[in-house]
Write a protein of this length. Sequence first.
Length: 260
Amino acid sequence: MTNNRVSSSAEKIRKTNSFLMRDIPLGPRWFSLRQWINLHKGMIFIWYFMIVSYFGAEWSHRMKLLYIMHSSYGFMWLLKDVLFPDANWARDCTLGSFLTMAFSINFLYLWPMVCSASNICGAMYFTHDNYMYLAFFTYIWGIFFHFCSDCQKYFQLKYQKPRQLITEGMMAYSRNMNYFGECLIYASYCFMSGYLVPFIPVIATWFTLFRTNMLVKDASMSRYKNWDKYCSEAGFIIPNILTMLKDIPRMFSKSSEKRE
């Protein structure tokens, strides 16, 4: 990556991520990235059940809700990958990367249930029921932002010829609405668990993998002539509130079509 909009530190992290995800020198390139991530997402309902059984825990209300939320998201991901897949996940990887990532992603993202089913994470921090409601709130909006934006991006890139900068729909408020949605989704699992420990690997992923991918994508999209105007209207990841407020009249007008 040579675009000078990507910092040297972000470029180093990108190369490290790429090596770990695709190029660990063990075995042939028999697999693709989507296989190890789909294996993780699709087996959440099994991993969680095994974790609870291993620790001999009683299923609390929080644990049951966490089980439903996380496993249902996994099934939605599998359907998304079939109906409107992300081409980035179709790239091949070595056996070494497949095994490493299959293990690592489980270690990173299963902590909400590990903490809920055991006593290894210390005392519960988010004990009030309001945090359960907050978990539902962030989960619902996260699902909406993540899957709607991925769906729009897939079909717009598929049928828009020649390709242009996507500045409408879900992308009108945020340049990385899909990542914003995924951040909300995983934050909801942490809040539902009630523990602080699950936030550690999640936030680490946000500031390494997610942030780096977003910076690289920004650098790539900056080649479009309307890039600067788009950046002023759409947030880097958090939706631009001012742009959203400007659309309030469209919500109650006769037509929702945007007037130029």
